[in-house]
Design a protein around this ligand. Structure first.
Ligand code: ARG
Length: 576
């Protein structure tokens, strides 16, 4: 990666001056090309330790960097910055390496670590709602990003399939009338009888006791409850999997809460033997030192277990059976305390790997964004996806494609638009979804990026048609950028350098668990490509080798866009 190369050279120069800690060197892309291509403030950072004037240190480092063939120019600026210009031969050879690199210039970890990403995780026997959309989309992107960096990243859908809702559903299913029409045995039916139960229980509280008995019987795996429960789960999962398929989401495991049922008593036993929990009114509770967190209930007085108990069992299953080096949980920020509590308890119990909670805020829908849902009603995911495809279809209505092609474009654009609107924003913030923004062909949206890719592919096709005798694979053609300082060359160079920053952007996103950093990178790439496309006419270029060089650069940009969009789980189209 280009930044690594610069980093190494600067570090080498610095250690020649004095043996100082140079692990954290700040090297950034120059904000204006009159300051070169990259800038660093290492001289300022080290002035105190070296007891020298920043400008003197900067000059000393610059003199040493000057001799490196990587750089064409190294200059210093007040109060001690070093401005670095990259040699064109270096740029060309890095671009050529990246074109043939199977990892698209993303450096690969050598550690072979296993990272579990726990995402989506809806509660079954309910319709999947938009609230689970963010976890699904962000978690899937994180898994793709980790994989791209060479990790053994495994996705686990920790579905809520063992909770108290099943006692109620079981009671209702056995005792209430349920529909025999098309809704029979659908998630809609399960939801309906669940709601009916809640209403009736408000008037008759004995129902709750009955439901509890049903749950206890289920958790002992007694019949007919266990078989009925299996049936409910399979009805639910079938529906969820339809949504996952539309979203191109896959999991490596789908170990729901029920999977850990047989390990729960063991967790309580361990907590007791380690004196980490105490009895309180017949229940088992973990109290935290200095009341760091509120007490955490791990077993109720009726013997049943809780969400936290299951999560503790999950932590040790992943440790012992999956050899996890890290687990990342993706949920909304309302669960913050739950994660703090069981992370802390598992630490005390001897957990030996890293746990991280990636939180996100709410997704709100702008006024009038989603029509035909009653005010305040939760919007089901199927509905949202249908609406996205319908609206994307309207955007491309006047294009000259067959009905079938239009449908496919609408599908890719519509689903991409929903994902991108989520992934392009800092996960921590609440976001407001609007169709105008999601489908805006001019702005920071999936269709804008998809369009940049399609344009690059279209110019490639035109190139092949116009110059059928050009064999771009032959060694006659290579990326051979020349920096003469003309405005076209400046645009070309900006695009080239940005392409070379791809691997850095991916690692940066991974280190911070923020897919939006890749979205930012891709938006900038598309904008730079757009200027390049509009101002550097590739097909009109007279020199054959220059023409070849330009199309190879455009192809590499397309490859990078496709790879980056794929990390966000967004498909591309060859034509749009
Ligand atoms: N089922 C939970 C919910 O819908 C999310 C589970 C998240 N994962 C976990 N291991 N706690 O709120």
């Amino acid at each position: 990666m280009i930044l690594d190369l610069i980093h190494n050279e600067v570090k080498k120069a610095l250690t020649q001056i004095e043996n100082t800690d140079s692990s954290k060197l700040d090297i950034v892309v120059a904000t204006n090309n009159k300051f070169g291509d990259f800038q660093t403030n290492v001289a300022l950072q080290h002035a105190k330790i070296l007891r020298k004037k920043p400008l003197d240190i900067a000059q000393d480092i610059a003199d040493r960097l000057q001799s490196s063939p990587l750089f064409s120019k190294v200059e210093i600026a007040n109060p001690g910055f070093i401005n670095i210009s990259i040699d064109t031969q270096t740029i060309n050879s890095l671009l050529t390496d990246m074109s043939s690199c199977q990892y698209n210039g993303i450096s690969q970890t050598k550690s072979n670590e296993t990272i579990i990403i726990d995402y989506s995780s809806p509660n079954v026997a309910k319709t999947m709602h938009v609230a689970h959309l963010r976890s699904t989309i962000i978690g899937d992107a994180l898994k793709r990003i980790y994989k791209a960096c060479g990790y053994n990243a495994l996705g686990d859908n920790h579905i809520g399939d063992w909770g108290t809702q099943f006692g109620k559903i079981l009671y209702a299913y056995k005792n209430f009338e349920h529909p025999t029409d098309i809704e029979k045995d659908s998630v809609a039916m399960l939801e309906k009888i669940y709601q009916e139960f809640t209403q009736k229980a408000e008037e008759d509280s004995t129902l709750d006791d009955y439901a509890r008995q049903e749950l206890v019987s289920l958790q002992k795996k007694e019949e007919p409850n266990y078989s009925l429960w299996k049936k409910f789960i399979s009805i639910s999962l079938k529906e969820f999997h339809r949504v996952y398929k539309r979203l191109d989401i896959t999991f490596d495991m789908e170990n729901g809460e029920s999977f850990y049922n047989d390990n729960l008593q063991g967790i309580i036993d361990q907590l007791q033997s380690k004196k980490l929990c105490q009895e309180s009114k017949g229940a088992q509770v973990v109290f935290f030192e200095d009341d760091k967190y509120p007490p955490c209930l791990v077993q109720k007085n009726d013997g049943s277990f809780l969400y936290a108990t299951t999560d503790l069992a999950t932590v040790f299953h992943r440790q012992n059976k999956l050899n996890a080096n890290k687990a990342i949980y993706v949920t909304d920020n309302r669960q913050k305390l739950h994660f703090q509590q069981f992370f802390h308890i598992s630490e005390l119990m001897g957990k030996d790997y890293e746990l991280e909670h990636v939180m996100f805020g709410l997704m709100k829908f702008g006024e009038g964004t989603v029509m035909s849902t009653r005010k305040g009603a939760v919007i089901s995911l199927q509905f949202l996806l249908d609406e996205a495809e319908k609206r994307a279809f309207d955007v491309i209505l006047d294009r000259d494609y067959s009905e079938e092609e239009k449908k496919e474009i609408a599908r890719v654009v519509g689903i991409g638009a929903i994902k991108y609107q989520d992934l392009s924003q800092n996960p921590m913030t609440d976001i407001t979804f609007t169709w105008e923004k999601a489908l805006n062909l001019e702005g920071n949206s999936a269709p804008y990026l998809q369009y940049a890719y399609a344009r690059a592919q279209s110019i490639h096709r035109k190139f092949v048609e116009t110059f059928p005798d050009h064999d771009l694979k032959s060694s006659k053609y290579c990326i051979d950028f020349v920096d003469g300082g003309s405005s076209k060359e400046t645009i070309e160079k900006e695009l080239a350098l940005h392409i070379l920053m791809y691997g850095h952007a991916v690692h940066h996103a991974k280190n911070q668990n923020k897919p939006n950093l890749i979205a930012d990178y891709l938006y900038q790439l598309s904008s730079k490509f757009s200027s390049f496309y509009n101002q550097v006419p590739i097909l009109k270029e007279e020199s054959q080798s220059k023409r070849g060089s330009l199309i190879l650069l455009s192809d590499l940009c397309a490859k990078t866009l496709k790879d980056g969009l794929n990390l966000l789980g967004i498909e591309t189209l060859e034509r749009m």
